[in-house]
Design a binder for this molecule. Structure first.
Ligand code: ADP
Ligand code: MG
Length: 251
């Protein structure tokens, strides 16, 4: 089931100065995510989940430790910002809790825009954007403005947009938090399909117990450390039955 490691997090810590004290948002975290895997990142509010995704997504540098993506060390302090940005654009797709679509552009225009930013000509961008929306089951909604889409549909447009650069790694921070159970499962189901069809590696931060069975594995953080981890598919169901899932309404 497992492919090659796409994301490798090696002994990563992230410390923030807060007045006289130091907040250890992440404290010696290590794990891999392989191609074709959908991994849930769990943990209560403040446990370091968002910090971890920002660091894995090269949006924030670790204080210590290393990040490898597709075997390349991308956390080196000497890496220049422009090449990191290019690397991110070519390899990583992000999905957040809110879809953050541009309100005056239709679904297809929202997706095409991110392709045009990558210098793809407008006609090709639209054609490919239609294809991406089809892949998230939104062929019938491509010309709708965001206000004419349900929350779940907006989030699927955001997923299509995240797929525009054909990412090897997809990072999603609470993508189902604003959705009802059925639509939340649809979004995670979509990641499952993308992992299978494109061999992408997917990390999803969630507190949502309704989607846990859709993950290959889970990693649970507390106070910036990994406190529980399920390792293989066959262990998954047993571990999940015993796991606790704290509710968080702070986001
Ligand atoms: P989670 O996403 O699990 O709720 P976060 O990663 O957002 O947790 O935060 C982990 C810890 O780091 C929290 O104590 C938070 O207050 C702190 N933290 C996060 N970002 C910053 C920042 N930019 N400056 C200072 N402290 C931060
Ligand atoms: Mg968070």
């Amino acid at each position: 089931m497992n492919g090659v490691p796409v994301l490798s997090v090696r002994d990563v810590s992230r410390h923030y100065a807060s007045g006289d004290s130091i907040v250890r948002a992440l404290d010696g975290v290590s794990f891999d995510i392989h191609s074709g895997e959908v991994v849930g990142i769990l943990g209560p509010s403040g446990s370091g989940k968002s910090t971890l995704l920002l660091i894995a997504g090269l949006l924030d540098p670790p204080s210590t430790g290393e990040i490898f993506i597709r075997g390349r060390c991308v956390s080196s302090a000497s890496a220049d910002i422009e090449s990191l940005r290019d690397f991110r654009r070519n390899n990583i797709g992000f999905v957040f809790q809110k879809a953050n679509l541009i309100p005056f552009l239709t679904a297809v225009e929202n997706v095409a825009l991110s392709l045009e930013i990558d210098d793809i000509p407008a006609r090709d961008a639209r054609f490919y954007a239609e294809h991406l929306l089809e892949s998230v089951d939104l062929s019938h909604r491509i010309d709708n403005l965001p206000t004419r889409l349900s929350g779940g549909e907006q989030q699927r447009v955001a997923v299509a947009r995240a797929l525009a650069n054909d990412p090897a790694l997809i990072l999603a921070d609470e993508p189902t938090a604003a959705l009802d159970s059925v639509r939340g499962r649809q979004v995670i189901g979509l990641f499952r399909r993308i992992a299978d069809s494109q061999q992408a590696a997917v990390a999803v931060v969630t507190h949502d117990p309704r989607v846990l069975d859709l993950f290959d594995r889970t990693i649970e953080l507390r106070d910036g450390r990994i406190v529980a981890e399920t390792s293989v598919l066959t262990e998954r169901n047993n571990s999940l039955q015993n796991a606790t899932f704290p509710q968080d309404h702070s986001q």
